[in-house]
Design a protein. Structure first.
Length: 360
């Protein structure tokens, strides 16, 4: 069976060269006589893997020296609890922008821990846009300000970061990390599940400004305490070893391609191919306000539920898999993360044009 173009929102495609390399090294990693899956995380050979993955992250994302990179578990969803536990430690207040399903979950979870305010929401618009922000709603004494930068389910993204003054900005970047350059110094903390753009599921990345660490609430479970993890180089306990190894290979692949500038160019090109087609199609439409369109998750509809379903079924048969929209939204969603080749998007658009011709 030839490899399909997998438009899944996550877990999602990995670069073929990374998979090949992992296959080559499966039984004998660099003459160690063992697979990375079998190694002690305290061994020299494994330490080289985890530390070079951290170094590559730092290099590729241009992470300033006063930030810590943590390799955790539990997914982005666990950080919805860890964030208030670690950072809601001054006034006990936090501001959240509610721009989709994951930010709603983060907002609801944080309410268990303190005075949490939704400073803006686009729920009334079906999350088809990033809400307008009114700075007079922001609380200057909040311990942090939380956004979900790219809304995976709805296909929207912040094209510009909110100006939070002195309040640390905390961003869920699960579905946009490594997709383009980001100015890390503008964030207090960013976090991401790896399974969209970085590695297989199991690894969660947190990048946190060092001065914000060390004030977690006393009740914070030790495994959720970022300071404990930072102080132990993310090896307080067994880290998700194999996922970190794949992360390292993916970072090497990004470097070979030309880093995040090159990645952005590729991703913008892919997104433009799709959006240009959607804007000119008589059948397919993007429901998202154009200034807020994600370059990672492109949502679209064909007009009727019947056509949506027929399109998804036909696409699947033609090798464009997982293109069905999230169950809560319907329609279609093409997730076109880093590893999706330009060719995959071009072929999808050809397929859409053919479908449109045959069904109108
Ligand atoms: C996928 C996703 C999550 C959930 O991630 P898990 O690792 O499954 O917990 C949270 N936020 C965003 C933006 C996502 O895309």
């Amino acid at each position: 069976m030839p490899r399909v173009f997998n438009f899944s929102a996550g877990p999602s495609m990995l670069p073929e060269s990374v998979l090949n390399r992992a296959a080559e090294e499966m039984l004998d990693y660099k003459g160690s006589g063992q697979s990375v899956m079998e190694m002690s995380h305290r061994s020299k050979v494994y330490e080289e893997i985890i530390f070079s993955a951290m170094d590559l992250f730092k290099e590729i994302m241009d992470i300033p020296d006063n930030y810590k990179i943590l390799f955790l578990q539990g997914g982005a969803s666990t950080q919805f609890s860890a964030i208030p536990l670690n950072f809601m430690n001054g006034s006990g207040k936090a501001d959240y922008v509610v721009s989709g399903q994951f930010s709603t979950k983060a907002f609801q979870e944080a309410q268990k821990y303190g005075d949490v305010k939704a400073v803006a929401s686009s729920k009334a618009d079906g999350f088809s846009r990033i809400p307008d922000l009114d700075k007079s709603e922001f609380r200057s004494d909040a311990d942090y300000f939380h956004i979900c930068q790219n809304n995976t389910i709805y296909g929207t993204r912040f094209s510009e970061l909110p100006d939070t003054g002195g309040v640390p900005l905390i961003a869920d970047v699960s579905s946009c990390i490594l997709s383009e350059p980001m100015d890390v110094s503008k964030y207090g903390v960013m976090y991401a599940g790896a399974q969209k753009n970085v590695a297989p599921a199991g690894l969660t990345i947190v990048i946190a400004r060092e001065d914000l660490l060390g004030n977690a609430r006393d009740v914070t479970p030790v495994m959720l305490n970022y300071k404990t993890m930072a102080d132990s180089d993310s090896m307080y306990n067994t880290p998700p070893c194999y996922s970190i190894y794949i992360c390292k290979l993916v970072l090497e692949w990004i470097k070979t391609i030309g880093g995040l500038e090159a990645m952005r160019e590729r991703n913008v090109r892919k997104a433009s191919v799709l959006y240009d087609y959607l804007d000119n199609s008589k059948m397919f439409k993007s429901p998202v306000l154009s200034k807020d369109r994600s370059i990672m998750n492109v949502t679209f509809v064909a007009g009727t539920d019947e056509l949506n379903k027929k399109f998804c079924d036909n696409a699947e048969k033609a090798g464009f898999v997982n293109i069905k929209g999230h169950r809560s939204v319907g329609g279609m969603r093409a997730s076109i993360y880093n590893a999706m080749p330009v060719e995959g998007v071009e072929k999808l658009v050809e397929f859409m044009a053919e479908f449109e011709k045959n069904n109108s």
